[in-house]
Unconditional design. Sequence first.
Length: 209
Amino acid sequence: MSENDKAVEPTIRYVAESKLPMPMGTFTMVGFEEIATGKEHVALVYGDVTGEEPVLARIHSECLTGDALFSLRCDCGFQLQDALQRIATEGRGIILYLRQEGRGIGLLNKIKAYNLQDQGADTVEANEQLGFDADQREYSMCPQMLAHFGIKRLRLMTNNPRKVKSMQSYGIEVSEREAIQVGKNSHNENYLETKAGKLGHMMDKSEEK
């Protein structure tokens, strides 16, 4: 029996689901809760994601400033909108929306990091000056959320190789990585360059929109 075949004690639980009409289509919003911490995560599902075919997917960490407040300092909100539209156009897919604000440091610390960036630090330096790792996110909840829908294979929309490796380490097959490069502007150009240079994000200049 492999490591991936061993029984794993659940760390999250399904709570509830409902329809969520959005401009690009009606998704099903499915809520999960971490048993130990009470932290809440959401899956946004479109169409029939059952079967053996890889599912178009994005693992998206919460970004209040980008997702809800239309910040131009990052590309998060643009990526979320693009992923939702691509899934709706395809007619089938899932977004795992994780409560990991500021690459895991939380909203108030993110504001502190932004203040340091205003003074000249890049996004990695700012986190480290506050005593955090450059990226504190973890993805152990994802395979359990995917298992709720019977999903084992993904076409993952991401520029971050760490997400691909994380899913593979949990036994989720990533059959394809699809780049998601949108929203570059004068306010986030240095931020995107830092993600590529220091965090290893795969940025293909020919694919920038």
